[in-house]
Structure formats: C-alpha cells, structure tokens
Ligand binder design. Structure first.
Ligand code: SF4
Length: 361
C-alpha cells in the first residue's frame, strides 16, 4: 500500500499547545502556497497511490476556489480521488460549512477527520481553540448532510484542570453523535508553544486514567481500539494511518511533510516561507532530515511501529533470539503478551508503550 499526504500549513489561530507546522498565514500566502505545492508535485516521484490524507493545519480553511486548485494539483499525482481506497480530509468546525462539505464529497473524499478536542467550551477557550462544541455539532451535521458516513473526531486528554469525569463527559457527548472513528491524545507540552511559555505541565497520571476510562467507554459504544490512540467501528480503521504503522511507503507534500520511499525517510522544511520560496524558484525543497533505513535499524523501526497496533507483530527469528532477555523483562513487568514469536503490548499498558519500544530500537 502507498499513501499520499498533503500538508496545509494554515489555521485561523494558533492553539496554545500546538507544535504542528501551522500559522494563520499572511494575505496571499495560501495562493502562493498552492503555486508552490503545484511546483513540488510536478517534480515528485510517481507512484500508484492507494490512500490520500489532506492534513494540517486546517485544510478546511481554504476557500472553495482554493479547494478546487488543491484537488487539481493532487489529481496530477493520485489520479481521480474517488478511485482511491481511502481519502481523508481534515477539518476544523469554524471553517467547515455545507458548501465545502458538498464540494469535498463531490471531489471524491470519503473520510473526514474533525477536531473537537473537548466538548467543554470553557476548556476549549483555555486551549485557544476557535470553535465551540456547538460549532462542532453544526459542522458535523453539515458533513452528514453531504453524505459522509465515515467521520473521525479528535479528542484530547490530560488537559490542565481536566478531570476523568470531565473527559468522559466530552467523550459521551461525542459518542451521542455516533462517529465511526475516535482518536484521543494526551497533552504534550512542547518547547516554543504558548503553553510551554505559560508553564503548563503535562499530567501523565491523569492522562493514563483518562485513557483507561475512555477505552472502556468506546468499547461499550462498539469502537474497538486498534492503535494506542485510535478507535473505530468494525471496518472503519484508517487505512492511511495503518499504512504508516505497517511501515508502508508514503509521499508527503507541503511544509514539514514526511516521506518514506525506497527505504529512505525524509521531511520537508517546516518553514512555510522557506518552502514557498524554494518551490517557486524551481529549487529542491530544503529538508529537516534525510536518512536511509537499512538492516537492524529498519527492522527495529518496523517492530516499534507494529507494536503501536493492538494486533502486535510476529518477530523475525533473529530478532526474537536477540531480544530474548528484553522480552522476558517485559513479560515480567506485565507489559506484553507473547505466543510463540508473536508479541503485543497489553491493551491496558499501551499508554506506557514507549518503555516497550525502547527495548527494540
Ligand atoms: S487547529 Fe490544529 S494545527 Fe491548527 S493551531 Fe490548532 S492544534 Fe495546531
């Protein structure tokens, strides 16, 4: 399977915790970015793509005219979007409306991922989110009315002042809307963000309790966990993201977009002005990193990625033998389950998955 990822680096405002390549953008910058994206796409390697993910940032911030241009650029690489196995479009409630929902549906998008983060408007305000829970409900309704039957919503846990009860209230509110897929992530405070500057602290213990309570509530609603942070109704797992965890190939376009092709991984500069300047000058896009993964390093990464999934992995003979002591340690600590050469992280220990990954990379 091969995925195509397109990063739209614009948002209406910067959220307090956000460490993604995104900014409100200056006048004319989105159009210049689309010119640059077209230039990058024209020089990109050709592949037969199975999945598409338009992420960000906030792709729904584009105007109808800009969305038209975006899909024209994408189709020069992917062919008709409606022919892909899965095509996801990320949206935030404040910039998704009935017209855009109908347009992306007509353009072949078959899955939408919407940022909710919390259903508590006071908390949303403290996070610096633009939309309220009411805006989410309205945008969600517009997407359903346009015919989308595969919607993901993102939630956050471990937020400042958030209790397990508060988190479960948000989750229950969301489950009342019957999404096909839910992702939830614990707050991470990264250097350079407004939260870091304000001294906001991560709360790993609180987040772990929320993970556990959230997973039970989702299971009761029929959404099974298939990755640390991802839950879906049967048959609604994200094919594009599964391809990442299966160490499949993908091409990323746009600022900060990562690619993994022919055993090499690389990521574009996260600076949008630098990206636009280079692409429009016909130069190579500056890279944050570029490295060839071979041998044990490639195997180690494959195991680490696979262990994110609840289905686990069957270890190759040599790694199984080499890792015998580590596996015994992890079994003793109650972190993994093993059957022959097959291992997986216990579902109630997925939130400490990093301790397991460390043993294999
Ligand atoms: S909407 Fe998402 S990408 Fe945009 S600023 Fe907020 S967290 Fe960052």
């Amino acid at each position: 399977m091969t995925g195509l990822y397109v990063h739209i680096p614009f948002c209406r405002a910067k959220c307090g915790y956000c460490d993604f390549a995104s900014a409100p953008g200056t006048p004319g910058e989105i159009d210049a970015f689309l010119d640059a994206l077209s230039a990058e796409a024209s020089r990109a390697p050709r592949r037969a793509f199975d999945t598409l993910y338009i992420g960000g940032g906030t792709p729904s911030i584009l105007s109808p005219e800009q969305l038209k241009r975006l899909f024209c650029v994408i189709e020069t690489l992917s062919g008709p979007v409606h022919a892909l196995a899965e095509s996801t479009f990320e949206a935030n409630p404040e910039s998704m409306d009935a017209g855009k929902a109908a347009f992306i549906k007509r353009s072949g998008i078959n899955r939408v991922s919407v940022g909710l983060q919390a259903a508590d408007d006071g908390l949303l305000k403290r996070l610096g989110r633009v939309a309220t829970s009411g805006d989410f409900r309205r945008a969600y309704g517009d997407l359903r009315a346009a015919g989308f039957d595969n919607i993901n919503a993102d939630l956050m846990c471990g937020l400042p002042g958030q209790t397990v009860k508060g988190f479960i209230n948000s989750l229950s509110w969301l489950l009342g809307l019957k999404p096909e897929h839910v992702s939830f992530y614990a707050l991470e405070v990264h250097e350079g963000t407004p939260f870091a500057a304000a001294g906001v602290k991560e709360e790993p213990d609180g987040a772990a309790d929320m993970y556990e309570a959230g997973a039970s509530a989702l299971k009761a609603a029929g959404l099974d966990r298939y990755e640390i942070s991802n839950f879906a109704l049967p048959g609604r797992q994200s094919l594009h993201n599964l391809n990442y965890w299966d160490q499949g190939e993908y091409l990323g376009l746009g600022p900060a977009a990562a690619s993994y092709l022919d055993g090499e991984r690389r990521a574009n500069t996260s600076s949008t002005p630098e990206y636009i300047k280079a692409a429009l000058a016909g130069e190579s896009i500056p890279l944050q990193y570029r490295e060839k993964l071979t041998g044990r390093a490639r195997e180690g990464e494959k195991i680490m990625l696979a262990l994110r999934k609840t289905s686990g992995i069957e270890l190759p003979d040599d790694i199984f033998i080499e890792s015998k002591e580590a596996i015994d340690r992890l079994l003793k600590a109650g972190l993994i389950e093993k059957s022959g050469r097959f291992i997986r992280i216990k579902e109630d220990r997925l939130y400490v998955a990093n301790a397991v990954f460390r043993e294999f990379v």
